[in-house]
Design a protein around this ligand. Structure first.
Ligand SMILES: [Zn+2]
Length: 74
């Protein structure tokens, strides 16, 4: 997938683990850490033209270290 290759994703700001850009059911993107489960909020897109921008936004927020903790029970 081109989007994955075109974006530079930093390691986890919390634990330094590897991060993964994930697409959720074709409507949003988020980045999550495979080690500790830290993740960004979800960046929704409504049109195909907005898909790349949403992915870029998710990665930019991740690279700035803005993560949320996974909520227990969800
Ligand atoms: Zn982590």
């Amino acid at each position: 997938m081109e989007i994955y290759k075109s974006l530079e994703i930093f390691d986890c700001p919390r634990c330094g683990g590897p991060a993964l850009l994930e697409e959720e059911n074709g409507w949003c993107w988020y980045v999550m850490c495979m080690e500790c489960g830290a993740q960004t909020i979800q960046f929704e897109y409504r049109r195909a033209e907005d898909r790349l921008k949403a992915a870029q936004d998710a990665v930019r927020i991740w690279n700035m270290g803005k993560t949320v903790s996974p909520s227990p029970g969800e």
